[in-house]
Structure formats: structure tokens, C-alpha cells
Design a protein around this ligand. Structure first.
Ligand code: MG
Length: 240
């Protein structure tokens, strides 16, 4: 799972280096697929429930599951969430980040910064003996503290030999409630915050989920193992 996480992070890093005005989301998809295949892994999303691509590329008010397209060209001031996963020797890694396209407005930057802070607040709670509610409570408190919307229809998830395993991990919750976290569990935490409300809807392409109020949103994700030494982020691109 460390290697699956590393490859997923490697692909995300290569894609992020190419995010710029004038680039199509299909170009970004090809970069991710080539990176994953070159590592001897396979894209986790391609073919998953029929999804046609290696990355989800979701721009501005698009939350998740945006379809890469030659016709979707990044514009200065956009924000884009790239979600990408890899399967390596039967195990899955999953990660996402929201990137600025050139210079972005201060509120969009705040959205990205607070979503990342929410992710790390959740990761800090990934400790043996804690409860699942401690994770969601920590993530949710960060969003509420900054007045951001918390999407309720999508959550993080357990991950292992399958991409989506139990438990689902809400980005809100109550401390000291829910299942115990134990060493050896691996969780994909993925806060999804917005500059507006929490309502979402799916576009006519059958995939892209957007904020109903058109507000910008961000999604940042790491795959995290609970170890005896505490949380270990697996989606880190470091040489092994
Ligand atoms: Mg995920």
C-alpha cells in the first residue's frame, strides 16, 4: 500500500507541474496515465463503475468526478481539483489536490488553504484507539471555524485491496463516537469544502458533480495508514 500510495502521489505531482492556462484536462489525464503505467501500476479510476479516465478533473464549482476533455481548457484564475489513484500489486492508493491555475483570487486561495488544514486536522486524529468521529469532528471544525460549507453527500473511505472500503469517513462528526481506529487500518481522508452551501447535483454527462449554488469548492485527499507510531501518509512521492 505504501508503493500504491507513492505511485498515486507521483502521478499527482507530475500532473500538478503541468497545470497552467491553456492546458486541456485531457492532456493532464494522459500525463497521469503515463506516470502510473511507467511505474508498473494501473490507473484505479479508469473503468471503475465505468469511469472513462485516469483522473477526475473538476474545475471551480465542480466538486468531484469531472471528465477530462480535449475541449476543457484551463483559464488563468481557475482552480482545479485533480483526483488520481493507482493499483499496484493488488493494492490501491488514492489522492487529490486542488491547484491554482496561474494567479487566483484571495477567497479561492483561502478555500484551498482551509481545505488542506482540514485534511491535516483529520490526519492528526488517525491514531490507534481514537474513534472515527474524532476524525470527522476535527475536519468539520476547521471548515466551520472559517465559515466554509461542508459537502455531506461525499465522504472519505477505507481503502485497501479495493478503492472504497468500509468505513465511510464523513467530513463532520462527533468526538468520541463511532468505530475504534486500530493500527493497520488505512483510510482515505478527503475533505470537500465550499465557499457557499453544501448542496450538490450531477450534470447531464452522468459524472460531474457540481455545487448547486455555483460556489467554488475544493477537495484534498491523502491515503493514511494508522501505525504504532501514529498516522503515516502513504500518498507521498518519495523514492523507496
Ligand atoms: Mg478517495
Amino acid at each position: 500500500m505504501r508503493e500504491a500510495g507513492r505511485i498515486s502521489a507521483h502521478a499527482l505531482r507530475l500532473v500538478s507541474a503541468s497545470v497552467a492556462p491553456g492546458v486541456s484536462t485531457a492532456q493532464l489525464d494522459r500525463i497521469a496515465e503515463e506516470a502510473i503505467v511507467a511505474c508498473g501500476a494501473t490507473p484505479a479510476f479508469k473503468g471503475y463503475q465505468g469511469f472513462p479516465a485516469t483522473i477526475c478533473a473538476s474545475i471551480n464549482d465542480e466538486l468531484v468526478h469531472g471528465l477530462p476533455s480535449e475541449n476543457r481548457i484551463l483559464v488563468e484564475g481557475d482552480i482545479i481539483t485533480i483526483d488520481v489513484g493507482a493499483i499496484y500489486q493488488g493494492y490501491v492508493g488514492d489522492n487529490a489536490d486542488t491547484f491554482a491555475v496561474g494567479a487566483i483570487d484571495p477567497l479561492s486561495q483561502k478555500l484551498i488553504d482551509v481545505t488542506r488544514a482540514g485534511l491535516y486536522a483529520g490526519i492528526e486524529q488517525c491514531i490507534d484507539g481514537n474513534r472515527l468521529g474524532d476524525v470527522g469532528a476535527a475536519i468539520g471544525a476547521v471548515a466551520r471555524g472559517e465559515g466554509l460549507g461542508i459537502v455531506k453527500e461525499y465522504t472519505g473511505h477505507g481503502i485497501g485491496a479495493r478503492m472504497h472500503e468500509d468505513p465511510s469517513i464523513p467530513n463532520w462528526g462527533t468526538r468520541k463516537t463511532g468505530p475504534r481506529l486500530r493500527t493497520g487500518m488505512v483510510l482515505a481522508l478527503e475533505p470537500m469544502f465550499s465557499l457557499g452551501g453544501d448542496r450538490v447535483e450531477r450534470l447531464g454527462d452522468g459524472w460531474t458533480v457540481v455545487m448547486s449554488d455555483g460556489a467554488r469548492c475544493a477537495q484534498i485527499e491523502h491515503t493514511v495508514a494508522i501505525t504504532e507510531e501514529g498516522p503515516e501518509i502513504l500518498t507521498i512521492d518519495t523514492p523507496t
